[in-house]
Design a protein around this ligand. Structure first.
Ligand SMILES: C[S@@+](CC[C@H](N)C(=O)[O-])C[C@H]1O[C@@H](n2cnc3c(N)ncnc32)[C@H](O)[C@@H]1O
Length: 353
């Protein structure tokens, strides 16, 4: 199953950190591919390793790269489903993209033309889960809610405060995600601190940041098309995509795919690079902090001569305890950069080993 297909993390956090470090190598969890795409125009980068245990995530990222290489930027954005396009037109683009795909990826997508027609950013489990709930959520919030995308909540006559608070109470319950068919353990594990979701959404509303929050658009509107260009996540900004496209067409970047556990990958393959950036997404949703620290310890030992930096997030579970924070600080120079995350949903840590 494809778990994520659209932007889910504020990839400007990784982008800013990577542009500062100027590494030659990027090792990254693939996920939807959007966080990775946002980094590919960094001039210092020479090689990229996209790692994911889920082969479907790899096929999605490979398709996005193939489409970006082939199509104009507006056509790319329409093909992936960020902007509108007739389903048949999306399907008709596939033969042009296919020569840039491996046999396996070509086969995968040729068997899933329906997903291509819907626009691939809309077909992940998270995105279809939101789409299923949205009519009910919108009905509950009523017609005055949408004004929060254009003006401060304090200036909205008849903002549905009681309904909003009721919805936020529901969003704070792990059983709600379990009962409504969310199959992602990042949301449904019994140790998830689900009130963090409602806290982030409440902050976004009260800080009048709805228009600039892609997560708010994704949840309540199901698309990011109405965002201002400069507020879009970098992986959807035409100027950045143009630079990435140029590099892809020049074959200026080596992009490898590793279909395996990133912890094992990092422990197995010591890098020969001088400077490496690790984009570890919300790996803490899937492995406990203690395991992550062990992996980073091994990386520090093995990559002794390299400058290794990275970003890791926690979402609803496995955030660092005070003791683990102390261990992390002994191992690396750590900066809590959660305040840069415009979704307000993740705790994000920059580390330098
Ligand atoms: C960490 S999140 C990434 C979601 C993120 N919001 C995105 O789309 O970029 C989920 C992804 O991580 C992958 N994943 C989870 N644990 C992993 C691990 N230990 N090694 C490699 N990939 C992993 C999952 O297969 C999934 O594609």
């Amino acid at each position: 199953m494809l778990f994520y297909s659209h932007v889910n993390e504020d990839n400007t956090v990784e982008r800013n950190a990577l542009l500062r470090q100027q590494p030659d190598t990027l090792v990254s969890i693939t996920g939807s591919g959007e966080r990775l795409l946002a980094l590919l125009d960094a001039p210092s980068l020479r090689q990229v390793v996209a790692v994911d245990t889920n082969i479907e995530a790899q096929h999605l990222f490979a398709l996005k790269l193939g489409a970006l290489k082939t199509l104009s930027i507006p056509d790319y954005l329409a093909f992936i489903g960020h902007t509108a396009l007739r389903p048949a037109h999306r399907r008709d683009q596939l033969p042009r993209i296919e020569p840039h795909l491996t046999d396996e990826t070509r086969q995968y997508w040729s068997e899933r033309r329906v997903l291509i027609e819907r626009g691939v950013v809309n077909v992940g489990h998270f995105e279809t889960y939101l789409a299923r709930l949205r009519p009910l959520v919108r009905f509950l919030l009523g017609p005055h809610f949408d004004a929060c995308f254009t003006k401060p909540v304090t200036e909205i006559a008849h903002f549905p405060h009681r309904r909003w608070n009721g919805l936020m109470r529901l969003f704070s319950q792990t059983w709600v995600y379990q009962l409504t068919g969310n199959l992602d353990k990042a949301f449904t594990a019994s140790d998830c601190n689900s009130p963090l979701i409602a806290k982030a959404l409440r902050q976004t509303l009260t800080q009048n940041a709805c228009a600039e929050s892609f997560m708010f658009h994704l949840i309540f509107r199901g698309q990011l098309q109405s965002m201002l260009n400069e507020q879009l996540p970098p992986s959807l900004q035409p100027l950045i995509l143009e630079r990435i496209q140029y590099r892809l067409r020049q074959n200026d970047l080596t992009i490898q795919f590793a279909n395996e556990d990133i912890c094992q990958y990092l422990q197995k393959y010591p890098s020969v690079a001088e400077s490496v950036f690790l984009s570890l997404s919300d790996l803490l949703s899937f492995v406990p902090a203690e395991q992550l620290l062990n992996v980073l310890r091994d990386v520090k030992d093995q990559y002794r001569n390299a400058n290794v930096q990275g970003i890791v997030r926690s979402f609803l579970r496995h955030d660092f305890t005070p003791d683990e924070t102390e261990q992390f600080n002994r191992l690396a120079t750590v900066e809590d950069v959660s305040n840069q995350e415009r979704t307000r949903m993740y705790q994000a840590y920059h580390f330098s080993l």
